[in-house]
Design a protein around this ligand. Structure first.
Ligand code: WT7
Length: 694
């Protein structure tokens, strides 16, 4: 590590006067209280929220030890509340924030924008909640949401929460197969989607993909019978027809069918496939719906949402979060980690389809009455300065993005950044994967002009909110380290035999006691929940990440230690990709390993063996690539596919991915190969390697 990278960046005096936690010693005091007396710490925070009825049982009740019985976690069970009421009605009625902007919406095209106040958002949410109720959606029913980054996505999710239905949001970059699988696993009764949208200059016919998914669902006997469709790309028609005076027409969307920009002023409208009786337009069902809607009062431990994340078995896991604990944790982590102040304009670039968008686009910021930006587009469209032009347009003060985005922009140099003022920025955040010190320093120097602390936040879909993170006014920063545990979080590092390591150490990152925002189960599969997170080391929640603690107690995430890989901040399991490849008739065997990538962090390197009668050609390679895209989605597109006449296996037939990883990297230091059934395969595989120079 270079000298620069080993430097410690101390909080600057000018950050401190307003900071919620202005010193390390204050952080330590608050932290001690949070872990030694969770009831007192979280109980005080709970008082800031609205509860219909107070809790009756113990504040926290749990078992983390599988050997002693069922694993369970309950915070404030018996208390009743509603999270939608807390993030909207409470702000409008109690805090008088009705006229404050909740969201600035920035469309894909720089000219397209809208804004919505807390009061307007509340009204829309009530209307849509009434629509859902009139469609027969009840408490505990599951509603699937497959939408671009538009305000209706927030409206739909909060409407579900208002009536006690579970939202299960599927990122709009996922394929029809992925959507179908999630709808079936969740037993969803209704789908909310949109006509189509642009990501950069690429047109996505979302309704068409949703229809394919619904057809697959039907073929598999799934009972989902209703689909509500937002006319998003077609907003202009609505405005012209006067149906929807509120939303201004989207401008300048002139693209041809291939998605290329055209000279013509004629906008391209894809044909929206429609199934009468099943499909309904959002604006039609909303018109006339009442803006009053009594919330469903839910138990603190009632289910709030399911969000699917990749599992190492290849089947996505339905991570389940509940109402009360998640609400406290998302709200509190947002407030402290971004050091939220009422005048902030906050922007998290994550899609709501990921947990970051759930906790830090929707619930966390709204619970604090914050003003946020929601962005529909991509960082490079229409040019690589787009992020900074948005920062200047809305005077963004707190900015939260992923290392992959930083590395992408870094590649384009400093000039597109420096062209914009960025002087409103106060805190920068990073999430999704380890941030390499080089990218950290660029973010700090170039983007933040050495003015803004960087909060590198380590957490997971499963944890609901930040677990390891610096606090802007308190923590001296080390580039590449997620620093210290957040309030209520007790990390430990274990060795292979499950012993806790003290001081400087490296091993498995685990958590020793529950925090309010943690997942409660995997939807419909509690045994799998226990087996995945609690079995390896009874008594601990196991993250699946490796971790180092340095002499100053800073935590450094070293990456996944299971069969998972992290592409551009999104987890994917190697077996998920292997099964997609195996569905192709030409493939007899496949093995997928992670490979380093300068922008994405990691990428996919696939080995495939073929059935007799097939030949490994360029066109087969393209087909396989398409197969994986179609099956999972564009983020899973393999970078490398290598023909493997055979795969290295142990005598019991287990593929040794450890060796394949080395072959992919052209690393001949293979260690012990004596356990292999046929070591001669190795030389062949080295000579067939793909060219991995980027
Ligand atoms: C995995 C969780 C949490 C929202 C986005 C991803 C990796 C996440 C960091 C970080 C190092 C990180 C871990 C983790 N990860 N943030 N700041 N430093 N690694 O959610 O898809 O559930 O992925 O992302 O490996 O286990 P997710």
């Amino acid at each position: 590590m270079g000298q620069e990278q080993a430097r410690i960046f101390h909080p600057r005096p000018e950050w401190l006067p307003a900071a919620h936690v202005p010193s390390l010693s204050q952080y330590e005091r608050l932290y001690q209280r949070s872990v030694e007396d969770p009831h007192a710490f979280w109980g005080d925070i709970a008082k800031e929220f609205y509860w219909k009825t107070p809790y009756t049982g113990p504040f926290l009740n749990y078992n983390f030890d599988v050997t002693k019985g069922k694993v369970f976690i309950e915070w404030m069970k018996g208390a009743t509340t509603n999270i939608c009421y807390n993030v909207l009605d409470r702000n409008v009625n109690e805090k008088k924030l009705g006229d404050k902007i909740a969201f600035y919406w920035e469309g894909n095209e720089p000219e397209d924008s809208m804004k919505i106040t807390y009061k307007e958002l509340l009204h829309k949410v009530c209307q849509f909640a009434n629509v859902l109720r009139s469609q027969g959606v009840k408490k505990e029913d599951r509603v699937s949401i497959y939408m671009p980054m538009i305000l209706e996505l927030v409206v739909a999710m909060l409407a579900c929460a208002r009536i006690g239905a579970l939202h299960t949001i599927v990122f709009a970059g996922f394929s029809a197969d992925s959507l179908c699988e999630r709808i079936i696993d969740g037993g969803c009764c209704l789908l909310v989607t949109a006509d189509a949208f642009y990501r950069g200059d690429k047109l996505i016919n979302l309704k068409q993909i949703a229809d394919e998914a619904l057809q697959k669902c039907k073929d598999r006997g799934c009972p989902l019978k209703k689909c509500i469709v937002v006319k998003h790309l077609g907003r202009e028609e609505l405005a012209v027809a006067g149906t929807c005076s509120k939303s201004p027409p989207l401008k300048r969307l002139c693209h041809d069918v291939q998605g290329k920009q055209t000279e013509s002023s004629q906008r391209f409208h894809p044909k929206i496939p429609w199934t009468p009786g099943r499909d309904m337009w959002w604006h039609e069902v909303m018109s006339g719906a009442s803006t009053d809607c009594e919330p469903e009062w839910c138990d603190s431990e009632d289910k709030l949402f399911i969000l699917y994340t990749s599992g190492s078995t290849g089947k996505p896991k339905g991570v389940l979060h509940t109402v009360g604990g998640y609400m406290l944790f998302a709200a509190t982590s947002f407030k402290y980690v971004f050091d939220y102040q009422p005048e902030d304009v906050y922007w998290c670039t994550a899609d709501i389809g990921w947990i970051t968008g759930h906790s830090y686009v929707t619930y966390g910021p709204l619970a604090n009455g914050a003003t946020s930006v929601i962005f529909e587009g991509v960082p490079t469209y229409p040019d690589v300065g787009r992020m900074w032009s948005i920062v200047d347009k809305y005077k963004v003060t707190k900015f939260y993005t992923a290392p992959t985005a930083i590395r992408l922009l870094m590649k384009h140099g400093e000039e597109p950044v420096r062209k914009h003022s960025r002087k409103s920025l106060k805190v920068l955040g990073s999430v999704g994967e380890p941030i390499n010190p080089e990218a950290w320093l660029w973010y700090y120097r170039v983007v933040g002009e050495e003015r803004c602390p960087i909060v590198d936040t380590f957490w997971q879909t499963e944890t609901g909110g930040h677990m390891l993170t610096p606090l802007p006014g308190a923590t001296p920063l080390k580039p590449g380290s997620a620093a210290f545990p957040f309030f209520g979080v007790v990390p430990a590092i274990l060795n292979e035999s499950g012993e806790e390591l003290e001081g400087e150490a490296e091993g498995y990152l685990v958590f020793k006691q529950p925090w309010p925002g943690m997942m409660r189960t995997l939807y419909g599969n509690h045994p799998h929940f226990e087996a995945t997170y609690f079995k390896k080391f009874p008594g601990y929640y196991v993250t699946g990440d490796g971790c180092k603690r340095d002499k100053d107690g800073y935590y450094w995430i070293t990456g996944r230690i299971d069969d998972m890989l992290n592409i551009s901040g999104h987890l994917l399991s190697t077996s998920e990709v292997e099964s997609a490849l195996l569905e192709h008739p030409a493939v007899s065997e496949s093995a997928v390993v992670s490979h380093p990538h300068s922008l994405k962090g990691e990428c996919l390197y696939c080995f495939v063996s073929l059935r007799v009668g097939y030949e490994f050609t360029k066109s087969l390679e393209d087909e396989l690539r398409k197969q994986v895209r179609d099956k999972i989605g564009p983020i899973a597109t393999p970078d490398y596919i290598q023909y493997a006449p055979g795969l290295p296996k142990t005598r019991s037939g287990k593929i040794t991915r450890r060796i394949l990883r080395k072959i992919a990297r052209d690393d001949h230091d293979l260690g012990d190969t004596s356990t292999l059934a046929d070591p001669s395969i190795i030389d062949q595989l080295f000579s067939n390697r793909c060219n991995t120079k980027q």
